[in-house]
Design a protein around this ligand. Structure first.
Ligand code: AMP
Length: 117
């Protein structure tokens, strides 16, 4: 899918909206969440506009896997690995998805509760 007009994350990827980038690769990027919910709160975002995991197809498997290995690498770099961290993908309204461009939240630096709210 091509960049979608009005998509905040496509604008960040196009460089027309600012973001604090922490990783830039061929297939995906990671940047600081604008409203952090933890001392570390990064968003790992594929360059290809996928509205959510629901639209992911077989050809997306490589980038989906890469999103996890980049998350692991960033957690190591941020030194949140040993205490533990949380990865979240919100899909759809009941899950609280607010930006319709697939992303993984990487949250760390504090303890989290389970079950989530
Ligand atoms: P979700 O609710 O799972 O769709 O997550 C979307 C996330 O994007 C939220 O945590 C927002 O704080 C974050 N967000 C929205 N706009 C921006 C932006 N311009 N730069 C960085 N993060 C953003």
């Amino acid at each position: 899918m091509d960049a979608k007009d009005g998509c905040i994350f496509c604008q960040i990827l196009a460089g027309t909206r600012p973001a604090r980038m922490v990783y830039e690769g061929d297939e995906l990027v990671a940047f600081e969440d604008i409203r952090p919910q933890a001392p570390t709160h990064l968003l790992i975002v594929p360059r290809r506009h996928l509205p959510s995991l629901r639209e992911a197809v077989e050809e997306d498997e490589a980038v989906l896997g890469r999103m996890l290995t980049v998350a692991s690498r960033l957690a190591r770099e941020r030194k949140i690995e040993s205490q533990g961290y949380r990865l979240v993908i919100n899909n759809g309204s009941w899950a609280g998805q607010s930006v319709d461009h697939l992303h993984i939240h990487l949250l760390g630096g504090r303890a989290f509760h389970w079950p989530p709210g």
